[in-house]
Ligand binder design. Sequence first.
Ligand code: PDD
Length: 286
Amino acid sequence: MTRIVYVNGDYVPEDQAKVSVFDRGFLFADGVYEVTSVLEGKLLDFAGHARRLERSLSELDMAAPVTMDELLEIHRELVVRNDLQEGMIYLQVTRGADADRDFAFPDPDKVPSSLVLFTQAKSIADSPAAKTGLKVISIEDQRWARRDIKTVQLLYPSMGKMMAKAAGCDDAWMIEDGHVTEGTSNNAYIVKDGKIITRHLSNDILHGITRAAVLRFAKEAQMVVEERAFTIDEAKDADEAFITSASTFVMPVVEIDGAPLGDGTPGRVAARLREIYLDESRKTAV
Ligand code: PDD
């Protein structure tokens, strides 16, 4: 089955989907994105992703190419046309294609922003990694200072992933001033004495949609949550650790820089939160 993708108003087979070489996403990484997960053909937390997209666009003075209601329709149409049961929908908005390469933003009335969406079929609820856990390394955080905006400039996170791979690990946690900011494409958590600790929201990290949901569920389940920066040494000494993102939900971390956490197997808090997240998200999926 050929994948059908959405490009600026059209649903086309993936090999016919094209954007201009002058697209500012291509030339300047002048674009933002969202990844929304799909379970049983339904979208998880679409409203949260739409709200964050609006914020990313507004922080960069970029026009929304369609309304959020239209965006939901496009997501649904892609699910149907690709018969997507489980996986993700990737969405990207860029500041469009100007007539030439120019650092200055084009006039939005003359150059409309560009919109691309595609599906990625993947088994995420039943991921084997949830049973074994991830191994992470720590690396310096060398990204720009506005990590709260979900831009498509992902070169450093890609390099971080490659550094992790080279070390025989799954991912990298990024460190700034001795404190963990987040994973290459996920938010980072540790658990110590039953307390869930994760970095507070600021421009230093992406405000994860999964993070917001998981912290809400944790509090509803009477778990203690502390939103503050934690050091990498604190992380290595934690009872357990985990990450969250739309493409992994809640995923245990069992090793940091070669040091096993607890007994080196996925922790109970992470397993419980993964279960609650899956149950609750299924109920509100659209
Ligand atoms: N990444 N932090 C970073 C740097 C991220 O790139 C992501 C998401 C998150 C988690 O956000 P959310 O819970 O809203 O997915 C945190 C997506 C999944 C990606 O780049 O594929």
